[in-house]
Design a protein around this ligand. Structure first.
Ligand code: MRU
Length: 376
């Protein structure tokens, strides 16, 4: 099963909103199609969003008919800004777009037709390299997984969220491939149920033993002694090792600390944002309140209730036992140790300034004044 595939001047995307009931692909033939797929989460997961956006940029430039290089670059930047306005938290989106725009600027050729070819090559590289990085994450992460381990994971950081293999699920896959008798406990991950719909499905496809639990059962299974480690993915890791990931990740990390269970984060270099000092500066996407007031279109709360719906939270570095990357396992102190491996990479700050949302710091201020409600 492929999350996405470039085919004949178009991008086929597995529509993840239909899973697990329907395995259907949508065809994107314009940058707008891809932007819409990212916004509506037909494609989701930080690295997958980045790769899809890179192909989106290719689609945006394919039909450009400007004869001049400068004009072509300007149009490319415009399309990148449009694609970058879809979701604010995962840095992979901006990382991929920046890499694409840079490739166009540095092309060393003058004819737009040649730049177009280079852009497609770059998008293919982003896709291919992501898969390779995930395999490395799996290889390193496997060393942290004891035989017969019970492993808790949250959201979906699997093949569906990446170019393939997965980050957190890459670690799990590698351990399974090594013949370890592991058992995964997948948090269902409200409100959009990525754990139930995607992780449970993905693991079952590969015959990796999995038990689905609701988010509020995580403490219970830990107390019962069923969990030896937790491993999750990330949407953005800042220079000090703070980790933005799916809402509820922070709760899992706190529970791990209480129970003395290692809490690991698995992520490629494209998720590391050395341009942000701490998680306080990460923009947290706020999504439609209807995701909270209902499940699969069925209303489960009183109409008109005030809702808060942040899609991500930030786990402070103090709760992170280690970060499993494509360049090895990084341990505290993260400020020093991340720098050794990833200085300046993933640094952006360029595109997400256009997104109308606020950083963790600003959200706190708004909440402090009691003015924030997702339904407003
Ligand atoms: O809102 P989503 O489904 O895009 O959120 C996905 C996550 O939070 C993943 O854990 C993260 O992107 C890492 S995917 C390898």
């Amino acid at each position: 099963m492929k999350t996405m595939e470039w085919r004949d001047k178009g991008l086929d995307l597995l529509d993840q909103t239909g899973l697990p009931q329907a395995v259907r692909y949508i065809r994107c033939t314009s940058a707008e199609d891809v932007a819409d797929a990212i916004r509506t989460m037909k494609v989701r997961g930080a690295p997958a969003i980045g790769a899809a956006a890179a192909y989106g940029l290719v689609l945006g430039t394919i039909s450009l008919e400007c004869g001049e290089q400068a004009e072509f670059i300007r149009e490319t930047e415009k399309t990148a800004n449009m694609l970058g306005s879809t979701r604010p938290t995962a840095v992979n989106l901006f990382w991929a777009l920046e890499r694409m725009v840079k490739a166009a600027r540095m092309a060393g050729v003058e004819k737009p037709a040649e730049i177009k070819e280079l852009l497609l090559k770059e998008a293919n590289n982003i896709f291919r390299e992501d898969l390779e990085m995930n395999k490395k994450i799996g290889m390193y992460g496997n060393k942290l997984v004891p035989n017969k381990a019970g492993i808790l994971t949250h959201c979906n950081a699997g093949a569906l969220a990446t170019a393939g293999y997965g980050t957190a699920l890459g670690v799990i896959r590698a351990a399974h491939e090594q013949g370890k008798e592991i058992h995964v406990y997948a948090d269902e991950t409200r409100p959009l149920l990525q754990g139930a719909r995607l992780t449970a499905w993905e693991l079952m496809q590969d015959s990796i033993p999995v038990t689905l639990i609701t988010d509020n059962m995580a403490g219970y299974v830990m107390k019962k002694g069923l969990i030896n480690l937790a491993v999750v993915g990330a949407d953005r890791i800042t220079a000090n090792g703070d980790v933005a990931n799916k809402i509820g990740t922070y709760t899992v990390a706190v529970l791990c600390k209480e129970h003395g269970i290692p809490f690991y984060v698995a992520a490629p270099g494209s998720t590391i944002d050395m341009g942000l000092e701490s998680g306080e500066d990460i923009i947290i996407e706020e999504r439609n309140p209807e995701e909270v007031t209902g499940i699969a279109g069925h209303l489960t709360a009183p109409e008109g209730v005030r809702v808060l719906n942040p899609a991500f939270d930030v786990t402070p570095n103090s709760l992170v036992t280690a970060i499993i990357t494509d360049r090895g396992i990084i341990r505290p102190p993260y400020k020093d140790n991340l720098k050794k491996h990833y200085n300046k990479e993933g640094n952006n700050g360029l595109y997400n300034k256009g997104y109308k949302a606020c950083t963790v710091r600003e959200t706190k201020n708004r909440l402090g004044k009691g003015t924030h409600a997702g339904s407003e």
